[in-house]
Design a protein around this ligand. Structure first.
Ligand code: NAD
Length: 295
């Protein structure tokens, strides 16, 4: 494998592009938004600067990494010679099915098609292509350059050979791949999301306050971040949509999203990205938030 096309240059796409490029792959980074592409290149540059200042990379590696990335505004242009396509576009089933129909038609016949989806069925995505044996989940964790895990999700028809190729490729990126089967939420979100939901229920039922719930989990369970703060960083809309996938996928009420979460999303309190979730991320409250975070 040499040429990797990445669709979507947002939070995850830019991290995935960075990791492949730093490991010597040629990366075509594609996004319909020129703004997203510009932001992605500037984030990658900043992250490389940080690694350079900590002497974790040389300036040659920084330059090589940036040189290995080419950006494109359309999928068609960016797929040429792709050995592997990784879709990291918006978490929306219709968007992803449309993208996979197109890449199946336009990517080289032998290329493997991967998705970074957090919760959408790999099997369903594979079914809109003519090569379901070559479709696989490659679920990187955020922030991609730092987090070691890649959850490798086998769809119903994914072949052994494709799974092995992607497991080996992940190791080449110095990541630790873990193979799982395609059921709602895979492993990461099937276990994480009910925990976050339970923390929101504890707040909703007034068992304890925000600070108390997060402190119990940080100091008591050695979690680096409390569940309510983590939900804020993931995005409350994203948490709600994954819980709905679990709830509908298993038909089990234990996954039903807490009404407080539903209300907060309806009120556009989406966490860090909207400036307010369980915590206040506005400038004026930043100092208070940070002092609480590190107690
Ligand atoms: P994001 O909103 O930051 O970025 C998505 C990008 O996709 C945007 O820049 C958008 O312009 C682009 N896009 C949308 N439609 C497109 C199309 N048709 N062609 C090309 N580009 C298109 O989203 P994100 O947080 O980077 O998430 C991307 C994927 O990664 C989702 O499937 C998400 O579930 C998954 N994921 C996210 C996280 C996380 O913590 N954010 C973690 C693991 C997996």
């Amino acid at each position: 494998m040499k040429n990797i096309s990445i669709i979507g240059a947002g939070t995850m796409g830019n991290g995935i592009a960075h990791v492949f490029a730093q490991n010597g792959f040629q990366v075509n980074l594609i996004d319909i938004s020129q703004n997203a592409l510009d932001r992605a290149l500037s984030t990658i540059n900043k992250n490389l600067e940080r690694l350079l200042s900590k002497e974790r990379i040389t300036s040659e590696i920084k330059d090589e990494t940036l040189k290995n990335i080419t950006t494109f505004n359309t999928i068609s242009e960016g797929l040429k010679n792709a050995d592997l396509v990784i879709e990291a576009a918006t978490e929306n089933e219709d968007v992803k099915l449309k993208i996979f129909k197109q890449i199946d038609k336009e990517a080289p016949e032998n290329s493997i098609l991967a998705t970074n989806t957090s919760s959408i069925s790999i099997t369903k995505i594979a079914a809109v292509t003519s090569r379901p044996d070559k479709v696989i989940g490659m679920h990187f964790m955020n922030p991609v350059p730092i987090m070691k895990l890649v959850e490798i999700i086998r769809g119903y028809s994914t072949s052994d050979e494709v799974t092995q190729t992607i497991m080996d490729l992940s190791k080449q990126l110095k990541k630790i791949p873990v193979e799982v089967n395609d059921y709602p939420g895979f492993i990461a979100n099937r276990i994480l999301m009910p925990m976050l939901n339970e923390a929101i229920y504890a707040l909703y039922e007034n068992v304890a306050g925000i600070y108390e719930i997060d402190t119990v989990m940080k100091l008591g369970m050695a979690h680096p971040m409390g569940p309510l703060q983590l939900a804020d960083f993931i995005g409350l809309d994203v948490c709600l949509s994954i819980l709905n996938v679990l709830y509908e996928g298993f038909g089990n009420p234990k996954y039903a999203p807490c009404p407080l979460l539903v209300n907060m999303v309806a009120a556009n309190k989406l966490g860090a990205k909207s400036g307010e979730g369980f915590y206040d991320y506005s400038e004026s409250r930043k100092a208070e938030k940070i002092s609480k975070q590190f107690i």
